[in-house]
Design a protein around this ligand. Structure first.
Ligand code: ADP
Length: 498
C-alpha cells in the first residue's frame, strides 16, 4: 500500500480523505492556496505545500504545480477528491506520465464519460436506456435544429456536451426560443468549459434523479452499491440526498442496478464512479451521465453499507481486487445528507463570507458531520460555499427525517449565514416526508417564504456571548427557560446580562 498520498483538493473532502489515509497509516500531503494558508485541511495534514496564488486556476487547477509537489515530496499517489481536477483526463494522464498513481479511473475513461454525447452513444450501444435526443453537429442550421427538436417533441433541453454543475443547460418549450437557447448555452459552455458543443435532449418533466454508486477494479470485477436519490436540487444542483430512494421497488432497484453495472462495464470502468439516471413519473429510467469520481453524497452509501469508499478506492488504485462482491454488499437503514452552505436563503441564496466565530455541529448515534471548517476558519469568495455535510442514518426513512430535523435545529454556526433553516423547511415539508419529490420540488414549493424572520442583532450578539463564554455544550441544554421560540434561543443555553 502507498506510504504517502497527496490530496489535490481543499475543504471537507480533503479532510474526509485525509481521515481514511491516516487510519490506514498513510502520510497525508495537503496543498493550499494563499487564502487557505491556515485552513482546516492544512492543519489536519502531515505535510503541506503552498500552491502560491488565490484563484482556483492558479492553485487547485494547476496540474504542473500539483504534480511537481507530489514528485518533490515523494507522494506515490494523488487523490483528487471531487470538483477541481477530479474529472480532468489531462490531469490523470499527467499523473500517469509522472509515475504517480491517480486514484480514479484511467484518463481515457474520464475523457469519454466527460463528453455527454460520447457517453450517451456508448451507453446506447451497450443497451442502457438513454434520454431520447439529438447529438448536434457544429454549424447546424436553425432549420436543422428546429427539425430535430420537433422530432424529439417539446419541451426539449439544450445541454452542453462538456457540461457540469448545471451549467450550459436551457429548457425550451417551443420553437420561438430555440435558436437563442442553442446559442446562449453554447456561449456559456464555451466560457465555462472551453468547449461550446451543445446537443438536444427530451426534457423529462418533474423526473427523479436516481444515481447508482458503482465500483470496478483491475481484475474485471464491477459492483454497484445501491442507489442515491438526489431529486432535491436548486438550479440543477443537489442539496439533499438520501438512500434508499422512496421511489424504487426491489424489482426496479434490481433492474437499475444491473443497468448501472452494464454502463460501468461498457465504459471500461475502474475505481469509484456514479451512474446517474432520470426516473420518469411512469417508472421509465434513462442514463443521464457518468461521474468518474467520488461524489459529494457518497457518505449516505457509506452509512447504509458500512463501507469506507475511500478505503476501497485506495485498495483498487493499489492494484488489489475489490474488498467486496455484489453478493456481500447489503444496505441497512436509511441515510439522508444535507449540504450546509454559507448562503442566505432569505436573500436569494446570496453567498455569505466572513470568519466562523462559533462552530457547534450536533453529534450522536447515526450523526456524521463532514466539515471543511472549524471555529476561526475564513469563508472567502474564492471557492464553493459548502461548509459541511450533515449525514444522518436511522432505521427507517421517518426516523431519519426526525433525526435530521433534530440535528439541523442544533447545528449552531455563528459568523456567516447558513442555509440550515432552509434545509429544515425542506425536510419538514409534508411532501418531502411523504417521499413525493422530484427535481422541480423547490420550484413547486416556495420554502423561503416559510422561514422565520432573521433574529434581531441583539439576540445574535447574546447568543455569540453565550457560546464564546465557555458554554460549548449549550446546544444540548433543555430550552424550558427560554423566553422565545426559535432562533439562537433554541440553540444556545440560558444567558444573563453581564
Ligand atoms: P451536470 O453535469 O451539469 O450536473 P446533468 O446532466 O447531470 O448535468 O444534469 C443535472 C440535472 O439537470 C439533473 O439532475 C436533472 O435535474 C436536470 N436534467 C438533466 N437532463 C435532463 C432532462 N433531459 N430532463 C429533465 N431534467 C434534466
Amino acid at each position: 500500500m502507498f506510504r504517502k498520498v497527496l490530496i489535490a483538493n481543499r475543504g471537507e473532502i480533503a479532510v474526509r480523505v485525509a481521515g481514511t489515509l491516516q487510519q490506514m497509516g498513510i502520510a497525508v500531503v495537503a496543498v493550499y492556496s494563499d487564502p487557505d494558508r491556515g485552513a482546516f485541511h492544512v492543519r489536519n495534514a502531515d505535510e503541506a505545500y503552498p500552491l502560491d496564488g488565490k484563484t482556483a486556476a492558479e492553485t487547485y487547477l494547476d496540474i504542473g504545480k500539483i504534480t511537481a509537489i507530489a514528485k518533490r515530496c515523494g507522494a506515490e499517489a494523488i487523490h483528487p477528491g471531487y470538483g477541481f481536477l477530479s474529472e480532468n483526463a489531462q490531469f490523470a494522464q499527467a499523473c500517469a506520465d509522472a509515475g504517480i498513481v491517480f486514484i480514479g479511473p484511467p484518463a481515457d475513461v474520464i475523457r469519454c464519460m466527460g463528453d455527454k454525447v460520447r457517453a450517451k452513444e456508448i451507453m446506447h450501444g451497450a443497451g442502457v436506456p438513454t434520454v431520447p435526443g439529438w447529438s448536434g453537429v457544429s454549424n447546424a442550421s436553425a432549420k436543422t435544429i428546429a427539425g430535430e427538436a420537433g422530432r424529439i417533441g417539446y419541451p426539449v433541453l439544450v445541454k452542453a456536451a462538456a457540461g457540469g454543475g448545471g451549467k450550459g443547460m436551457r429548457v425550451v418549450r417551443d420553437v420561438s426560443s430555440l435558436a437563442e437557447a442553442w446559442a446562449s448555452a453554447g456561449r456559456e459552455a464555451k466560457a465555462a468549459f472551453g468547449d461550446g458543443r451543445v446537443f438536444l435532449e427530451k426534457y423529462i418533466e418533474r423526473p427523479r434523479h436516481i444515481e447508482f454508486q458503482v465500483f470496478g477494479d483491475h481484475h474485471g470485477n464491477v459492483v454497484h452499491l445501491f442507489e442515491r436519490e438526489c431529486s432535491i436540487q436548486r438550479r440543477h444542483q443537489k442539496i439533499i440526498e438520501e438512500t434508499p430512494s422512496p421511489a424504487l421497488s426491489d424489482a426496479l432497484r434490481g433492474r437499475m442496478g444491473e443497468a448501472a453495472v452494464k454502463a460501468a462495464r461498457a465504459a471500461g470502468y475502474s475505481n469509484a464512479g456514479t451512474v446517474e439516471f432520470l426516473l420518469s413519473d411512469g417508472g421509465e429510467f434513462y442514463f443521464l451521465e457518468m461521474n468518474t469520481r467520488l461524489q459529494v453524497e457518497h457518505p449516505v452509501t457509506e452509512l447504509t453499507t458500512g463501507l469506507d469508499l475511500v478505503r476501497a478506492q485506495l485498495i483498487v488504485a493499489d492494484g488489489r481486487p475489490l474488498p467486496f462482491t455484489q453478493d456481500s454488499v447489503r444496505q441497512r437503514g436509511h441515510a439522508i445528507e444535507c449540504r450546509i452552505y454559507a448562503e442566505d436563503a432569505s436573500r436569494g441564496f446570496l453567498p455569505s463570507t466572513g470568519t466562523i466565530e462559533a462552530w457547534a455541529p450536533p453529534s450522536g448515534p447515526g450523526i456524521r458531520v463532514d466539515a471543511g471548517v472549524a471555529r476561526g476558519s475564513e469563508v472567502s469568495v474564492y471557492y464553493d460555499p459548502m461548509l459541511a455535510k450533515l449525514v444522518i442514518c436511522d432505521e427507517t426513512r421517518t426516523d431519519a427525517i426526525d433525526k435530521t430535523i433534530w440535528a439541523l435545529k442544533r447545528f449552531a454556526v455563528l459568523g456567516v449565514t447558513t442555509n440550515v433553516e432552509f434545509l429544515q423547511c425542506v425536510i419538514s415539508h409534508p411532501a418531502f416526508r411523504a417521499g413525493d419529490i422530484n427535481t422541480a420540488f423547490l420550484e413547486q414549493h416556495d420554502l423561503t417564504t416559510q422561514m422565520s424572520e432573521r433574529p434581531h442583532d441583539d439576540a445574535l450578539v447574546a447568543a455569540c456571548v453565550a457560546l464564546l463564554n465557555g458554554q460549548p455544550d449549550a446546544a444540548n441544554q433543555p430550552s424550558a427557560t427560554h423566553a422565545t421560540d426559535g432562533g439562537p434561543w433554541q440553540r444556545a443555553g440560558a444567558w444573563r446580562s453581564g
